[in-house]
Design a protein around this ligand. Sequence first.
Ligand code: C2E
Ligand code: MG
Ligand code: MG
Ligand code: MG
Length: 283
Amino acid sequence: RAKMQQRAGHFYFSRSMGIEIRERVRMMHALRTGFSQGQLFVVYQPQIDLTTRRPVGAEALLRWQTPDGKFISPDRFIPIAEYSGIIIELGEWVLRTACRELVQLREQGHRNFVMSINVSQVQFRHPLFLDMLRAALEETQAPPEFIELEITESMAMEEPDLLIKMLWQIKQTGVSIAIDDFGTGFSSLSYLQRLQVDRLKIDRAFVTEITGSARGSSIAEMVIQLGRNLGLSVIAEGVEDERQAQILQALGCPLAQGFLFARPMTAAALGNWLNNETVAGAA
Ligand code: C2E
Ligand code: MG
Ligand code: MG
Ligand code: MG
């Protein structure tokens, strides 16, 4: 006890950690219950061709609404889902849900639409990940060439050899790979070249910067250039205003996603939105 008081800083640190852990455990139980009670659902945010301004695909994003009506951000609950392992089950459910939704959209005539699905590093490292992916594709009958998996750049920085092997195996199923939040890490050109990736997603932070200072566009510009040099597709995330869209287009960025074009929406709303977009585009 005396020793603890002597190291007051240490004591307080431990105590706040205790509260943090208790909060995490509480949320973990709530998440497990919430998932089994259908409180989680998937929304879809359209991705746009910057030249034609037409939708080319959507990103599936997880939502959690508790019975009191409050939304808990995935930035808060995904880490808990990862920490507790629930992400394995949850991630599989998101994948299957998004695959089924893609099949439905195709039946409604949206046949070139690509579905992008986030994959956590915990899921990715699971020994049965590939089996899970193959089973989900087969059972939902989703065409792999219209499915894209998003992995984060931080994931790409660890264990290069393992990652290269995994990506190669994933590519064998026919799905493509995007690196999410790109630009935040320091992936080298030579390393990127060895990875079987198809697309780079420019992190929202660098999209926000482009309308700021004169040098604000340098990272976005670098990623677009990198994509061009490596023959990879590039998409800008978090495009909120027309100026950003125009600068990105001028820099040669082919694709974009953000509130300017559409917010994430339910599957039913996406179906309607796409039908309206198609009508508007054809008129
Ligand atoms: P992310 O994969 O980088 O997803 C993009 C995030 O940016 C989404 O936040 C999206 O709603 C938001 N966003 C899109 N356009 C704009 C914009 O114009 N302005 C602003 N301010 N934000 C925009 P969300 O849905 O809250 O998701 C946050 C993160 O949680 C995701 O970042 C992803 O890392 C993770 N996440 C979401 N769903 C899943 C999932 O099913 N599985 C896994 N493993 N992670 C997920
Ligand atoms: Mg993403
Ligand atoms: Mg992102
Ligand atoms: Mg993110």
